[in-house]
Design a protein around this ligand. Structure first.
Ligand code: C5P
Length: 405
């Protein structure tokens, strides 16, 4: 069965910001210039963006830059167009304030409405994300912390600030969160929470099987698919543990991240988690298939080619254990070997398997897209088109919820 257009559309809405309208408030911190990049990344995900700027923000960056980036009118004054402080928030799905200065945070917390942004804040009903940015001492001031506490108690979501060198030359906590993390927070805030109460463990990336302290056997897995699954499950309200082999990817926020190296370490981290009870295990990791029979503690000479054996099959170990979760495995094949994937699902006692042909254009290793076939124990078969790995992740979770129901 192929994915219906409606279903695909819903999946796209879950992971990216297609058809979503973001109202972005920019207040007057030195990080205001990063708002241009933020607008671009939000638009990349399909959102339409309308910007409101405070007077101080306009000292750092011109409305024209944000008008060009957003391809929309930028609102800078309450008196620019009558009643837009009501109509613009009414049309928005989410309000994001980045950077949020101590002054704008104080106004929001105390109901002061003396400019376009602070007035629109009061008129808006919906999720609000704020990304504070200021000097570290200012951020730590009890008054700022009190104001933030008040906003968080109202359900407003805060992202950042990060620690590091600040524009004033000091080190501290006050840097605007990375644009990537702000976008992530916006997507999460707009995602329906249909996995609340579930603990989901995801494995990702390759493993390394050491021959000696210098050399190892591994594979081309980038970890992107597993990271997308972990983030999608987190966005949908699950408690997520991501167990990852070595990858170049940043550890995502809002989940427990366990970094491992070898397949032995991955198995023991998984045993540890399943002991405590897990709803679903999603094995996106490309566990290395071979390891040295006897890894050497010292670098071996070229003339001593190591003897190899197979690594332990992690999925089978967990599937045979006492506290067995719902298990979703992956089958990366070269060619349309669906039967092999089906056989693998049975042999490894999985409940679902996600097949992909790594030789297909846009699929498999290191790409940001994938095309998969999702099969389950009850002979259900679902094909996705070529879509982003984030969308594939949601398709897998949709299918999981349907099969488990
Ligand atoms: O046999 P193959 O490696 O193709 O199986 C792929 C599936 O099995 C993936 O879900 C992978 O994470 C899992 N696997 C495992 N332990 C291994 C090898 C693969 O759990 N040693």
């Amino acid at each position: 069965m192929s994915f219906s257009a409606a279903k695909r559309k819903r999946n796209q809405q879950l992971t990216n910001l297609k058809n979503r309208s973001v109202l972005l408030g920019v207040s007057g911190g030195v990080a205001a210039y990063k708002a241009v990049e933020l607008v671009r990344r939000l638009k990349d995900k399909g959102a339409s963006v309308t910007v409101m700027m405070t007077g101080a923000a306009q000292q750092f960056i011109t409305p024209l830059s944000l008008q060009i980036a957003s391809q929309n009118t930028v609102y800078t004054s309450l008196f620019q167009e009558p009643l837009t402080h009501i109509s613009i928030p009414a049309a928005a799905d989410i309000l994001v304030v980045a950077p949020a200065t101590a002054n704008s945070i104080a106004k929001f917390a105390n109901g002061i409405a003396d400019d376009m942004l602070s007035t629109a804040f009061l008129a808006f009903r919906g999720p609000v994300v704020i990304a504070p940015s200021m000097n570290g001492k200012m951020y730590e001031h009890p008054v700022v912390q009190e104001n933030l506490k008040k906003l968080l108690s109202l359900g407003i979501v805060q992202t950042g600030p990060d620690s590091g060198p600040l524009a004033c030359g000091e080190e501290g906590t006050g840097r605007l969160a990375e644009v990537r993390d702000i976008v992530d927070t916006v997507v999460a805030a707009l995602t329906p929470k249909d996995l609340i109460g579930q603990k989901i463990v995801v494995t990702a990336g390759p493993t390394r099987e050491y021959l000696d302290p210098v050399r190892f056997i591994s594979n081309r897995s980038s970890g992107k698919m597993g990271f997308s699954v972990a983030k999608a499950a987190r966005n949908r309200g699950a408690e997520v543990v991501l167990i990852s082999g070595p990858t170049a990817l940043e550890s995502p926020q809002g989940l427990t991240f366990r970094r491992v190296d070898t397949s032995d370490q991955m198995l023991s981290a998984l045993r540890d988690e399943t002991e405590r009870g897990v709803s679903a295990l999603i094995m996106a990791a490309a566990v290395a298939d071979f390891r040295s029979v006897r890894p050497s503690k010292a670098k071996v000479g070229k003339n001593k080619i190591p003897l190899l054996t197979c690594t332990e099959d992690i999925v089978s170990c967990i599937a045979g254990g006492e506290k067995r979760p719902f298990i979703i495995g992956f089958a990366a094949e070269t060619g349309k070997k669906l039967d092999r994937a089906r056989e693998k699902m049975k042999r490894k006692k999985m409940d679902m398997i996600v097949f992909n042909d790594v030789t297909e254009k846009g699929s498999g290793f290191e790409t940001d897209t994938n095309r998969v076939v999702i099969m389950d124990k009850k002979n259900g078969v679902m094909r996705t088109g070529l879509m982003s790995k984030d969308d594939v992740a949601d398709a897998i979770l949709d299918r999981y919820l349907k099969i488990k129901a």
